[in-house]
Design a protein around this ligand. Structure first.
Ligand code: ADP
Ligand code: MG
Length: 242
């Protein structure tokens, strides 16, 4: 019996999205963006989320990260239903389980690199936040930049800080929305190398929005959105036939 239980636990998807509909905007400006999206992502998988501009990639990513609330449908991370949580529970859950990296870094400009990484750890009640933040910044090659403010760092360095911040709580899932979109090609490649290396080392699950076919090809699987719907032909493409 124990064996069956363990196997079930292993096969449970880390991200389960069930028939999610989501609209944004008010009144006549309201837009139906996600139109019945269902999706399962396995533990440790790297999934590339691709599709034309405006197809709903960012919205889907923010929805699975618990930052947008669907009109209907259900989202579970590690078996916990985000869609049943109140705002406080959701914020706590996000802080402990979900790392997020944005195209435009989203660092707090009045805080140093160290503070940008340490403050979310403190808020999550983690002891020794400063020491852990310093270790995370060293791990992304910024051990000598702890007291720099974002404006004193290059774009690539800022994205490294953002990556350190996202990975510091050892989240089960990392979602990244065009993380190299504001970087030159060489810097972007080094960020992606770092992102995939951290994902591997920590056994995290990665969902990566990108319009770069080469980056999408580095993922285990690609999912294509079209007008808020998953393109069935690309719902389960193996890496080999990219
Ligand atoms: P993508 O990331 O694939 O480019 P988005 O998820 O950002 O697409 O947006 C999907 C669609 O939703 C677009 O048509 C966009 O204009 C619309 N949209 C995004 N955010 C809002 C909002 N807050 N209010 C109304 N419409 C929005
Ligand atoms: Mg987008």
């Amino acid at each position: 019996m124990a064996l069956i239980g363990e196997n079930l636990a292993l096969s449970q998807p880390v991200i389960a999205i069930e028939n999610v509909h989501l609209s944004l905007g008010q009144g006549r400006a309201r837009v139906h963006i996600l139109k019945g999206v269902s999706l399962e992502i396995g533990r440790g998988e790297a999934v590339g989320l691709v599709g034309p501009s405006g197809s709903g990639k960012s919205t889907l990513l923010m929805t699975m990260a618990g930052l947008e609330k669907p009109d209907s449908g259900a989202i579970s991370i590690n078996g916990a239903r985000l869609t049943d949580m109140d705002e406080d529970a959701l914020a706590r859950f996000r802080g402990a389980n979900i790392g997020i990296v944005f195209q435009s870094f989203h660092l707090i400009p009045t805080m140093t690199a160290l503070e940008n990484v340490a403050v979310p750890l403190e808020l999550a009640g983690i002891a020794d936040a400063d020491r852990r933040a310093a270790a995370e910044l060293s791990a992304v090659g910024l051990g000598e930049r702890l007291d720099h403010y974002p404006a004193q760092l290059s774009g690539g360095e800022q994205q490294r800080v953002a990556l350190a911040r996202a990975m510091a709580p050892n989240p089960a899932i990392l979602v990244a929305d065009e993380p190299t979109g504001n970087l030159d090609e060489t810097t972007g490649l080094s960020i992606m190398d770092l992102l995939f290396a951290m994902k591997r080392e920590r056994g995290a699950t990665l969902v990566l929005v990108t319009h770069d076919a080469n980056l999408a090809a580095r993922c285990d699987r690609r999912i294509r959105l079209r007008s808020g719907v998953i393109d069935p032909e690309h719902a389960a493409t193996a890496k080999a036939d990219a």
